[in-house]
Ligand binder design. Structure first.
Ligand code: NDP
Length: 332
């Protein structure tokens, strides 16, 4: 019999999450059965910590629930012939070390996944964040060669892929991030211009200097004040993909304007919010494109790996504070 460890939401977050908002519990897992739903026993190998967990916890969880989240897991016992022992899958089973499944809700890693490629990338560049960059740029920004793309939280899981895909698409890319090391990283992975939004004297001036003619596409991961300033630097008919609003997730009191209508009208902008699951029927297409670019070295990956399941709350809080470069993951 296997005893799983799991992290539960002890108390709904109020403002910035604290380690005391979480509790660890143990769960005794049943033995596998030939019929029914208990066909596979899995162990989490890598777990993801993502910004969405902060706003979604309020929407979909109650206190005492296991934290929502995705993992790369290994099959350690199987009574389902479609899943061999030792195979790796992506699951959406929350913050737990082990779990039971019938296999219906698990995605095997692409069969052409190279042995040398870390499997944790299935939570990042070749997973949900990479797909967010891919579909957000292609379907929402509708970027075209020769255009200028702006992305914020650019050194993170989604942003770092946005910048690199925009370069592959023949665009000029401007990114900003919250430390000088992250800015150096952005230059290193091919961004044309990058700056530290925390230390520039004027965000408006920094955006203007990076692209004096303005921006055709703005991939917004941050929202709030940054977006209010950036919208004024859009070119006429520019497109804004509203991907995330991390500057607002921990606010107890909602931020107020400036409001978007005036620049939206006079620049005739398009602004569209999106959730990556809209394209779940094209998941395979997106994953294969990302995997190919990673294998060819056209998209570089960086991960912030925290060791130890017991450190999940710390890794989550650290990611919200900006401690990660690239995708924040936890190695069990
Ligand atoms: P990241 O890896 O980018 O990690 C979060 C980063 O956000 C931090 O490293 C930090 O970097 C930055 N950040 C934190 N607080 C602020 C703030 N107040 N102002 C500006 N930047 C801040 O996370 P992801 O790439 O996974 O996610 C990026 C965004 O995309 C999030 O808003 C997320 O919710 C959204 N998202 C949306 C999806 C969708 O389907 N719509 C899917 C996946 C993600 P720094 O040091 O630069 O401040």
């Amino acid at each position: 019999m296997v005893i799983a460890k799991a992290w539960v939401l002890k108390k709904h977050f109020d403002g910035f999450p604290k380690t005391s908002d979480f509790d660890m519990k143990t769960i005794e897992l049943p033995n596998l059965k030939d019929g029914g739903e208990q066909k596979l026993l899995l162990e989490s190998v890598f777990l993801s910590v993502d910004p969405y967990m902060r706003p979604y916890s309020r929407r979909v969880m109650k206190e005492g629930d296991i934290m929502i989240g995705t993992q790369v897991a290994r099959i350690i016992e199987s009574k389902n012939p479609a899943f061999a022992v030792g195979a790796f899958v992506v699951g959406d089973k929350g913050w737990r070390t082990h779990f039971i499944s019938d296999g219906k809700d698990l995605q095997l890693l692409p069969s052409n996944w190279p042995e040398s490629l870390p499997k944790s990338l299935a939570l990042g560049t070749v997973g949900m964040p990479g797909l967010t960059a891919y579909f957000g740029l292609l379907e929402v920004c509708k970027m075209k060669p020769g255009e200028t793309v702006l992305v914020n939280a650019a050194a993170g899981a989604v942003g770092s892929v946005v910048g690199q895909l925009a370069k592959i698409g023949g665009c000029k890319v401007v990114g900003c991030a919250g430390s000088d090391d992250k800015v150096a990283y952005l230059k290193n992975i091919g961004f044309d211009e990058a700056f530290n939004y925390k230390t520039v004297k004027s965000l408006d001036e920094a955006l203007h200097k990076a692209s004096p003619d303005g921006y055709d596409c703005f991939f917004d991961n941050v929202g709030g004040e940054f977006a209010s300033v950036a919208i004024n630097q859009m070119k006429k008919y520019g497109r804004i993909a509203v991907c995330g609003a991390i500057s607002q997730y921990n606010e107890s009191v909602p931020q107020k304007g400036p409001y978007v209508q005036i620049p939206m009208i006079f620049k005739e902008l398009q602004m569209e919010g999106f959730i990556v699951s809209r394209w779940s029927n094209r998941r395979e297409e997106g994953l294969q494109a990302l995997l190919k670019w990673v294998i060819e070295g056209k998209v570089k990956c960086h991960e912030q790996v925290t060791e130890g399941f017991e450190n999940m709350p710390m890794a989550f809080i650290g990611m919200l504070k900006g401690e990660n470069t690239g995708k924040a993951v936890v190695k069990v």
